[in-house]
Design a protein around this ligand. Sequence first.
Ligand SMILES: *Cc1c(COP(=O)(O)O)cnc(C)c1O
Length: 422
Amino acid sequence: MPTSHELFLEASKIIPGGVNSPVRACRSVGCEPLFIASAKGSKVTTVEGKEYIDFVESWGPMLLGHCHPEVSSALHTAVDLGTSYGAPCPNEVVLAKLILEAMPNMEMVRMVNSGTEATMSALRLARACTKRNKLIKFEGCYHGHADAFLASAGSGVATLSIPGTPGVPDVVVADTLLAAYNDLDAVKAHFEKNPKDIAAIIVEPMAGNMGLVKPAKGFLEGLRELCTKYGALLIFDEVITGFRLDFGGAQKRYNVKPDLTTLGKIIGGGLPVGAYAGKREYMSQIAPSGNVYQAGTLSGNPLAMAAGIATLNVLKKSDYNALESRVKRFCEELTAAFKANGITAFINSEASMFTIFFEGIEPQNFSDVKKASTEIYSKFYQHMRNEGILLAPSAFEVAMVSFAHSEADFEKTLQAASRFKI
Ligand SMILES: *Cc1c(COP(=O)(O)O)cnc(C)c1O
């Protein structure tokens, strides 16, 4: 088999940047990407046959680890029943029920094919329901690559330092109002200036796309109150947090009720999927029960439904608290290992996610995030990769831990980190 380097050279001639999603290129950490031949549990194996402990987890979907036996077996069964019908299949009903049971504030759900599709459809719906156009989003939050959201859109864009967003007409982002994460006053000011024009606030209820930034106490509650007061819809983008922060997502963990929720990643168990959910009064306005048009040739795809159902059924029985305590302890051990080598780092962690901010502070927003050293992160990334450990190839991302990560994996990762010197 050709090596990663050879494949990357080939790919670069025929695929823009050699990759099908920008951050995979590893440019910001000064490396070439590794081409993966297979994955199992907590590990991925490259085309060279080298095995790595994986903290990328396909950017979030693989909370059970790769090739979980129940997910694989559900997929094998599904393949033999046909891969797409263009007509409803029973598992669409099963997955819808599983999602709505986990998020009792949501009453109806529509399946789509990616997180991007989910957020862009949710925004269309919010605009239709409120008959308003403006949207508030937070700096550093990422909601997929639809035009309206490509203003200060977190890691992918930040990592590559793309100035603005060529190809997006000014008029499209003109309705996107920005605020700093955790800054309720800024949100309030937008509403006071545009009391009857704001359709929705979209927020990552725990930000994961600028590195891990937690919602400050009262922030999400404050957004809820402002939306209610001004008649705007609150959209929780739970594409990362759904089924990861808790089985019921951030809305369960933080006990705040959004009007609409967008999902993706985990609910497809590693297959391309997205969904948006919400109150019946809003969701029933989607075609064909209402006039808000949204469709998809492969939406509710039988393979994606099978993988999603199997994943959620295993997660339902999984011990989220145990994983969270293990990750917390690991982060403390990691901080101590850095300290022993004279390296200062603030590690922010929540549930099964963490971000290392070298020489950084506990971040409240995107400008705090940017105080951390990307240079040290790049060196650390390269060091760990040499040691057989794959972290996110960007300082502005979260490390994802799965239920498949073992004591030995944590120990090996810690030992490798303790050999890092600057
Ligand atoms: C990954 C992500 C998206 C986009 O999902 P895709 O499936 O990549 O289109 C949207 N919102 C958030 C919070 C995400 O992390």
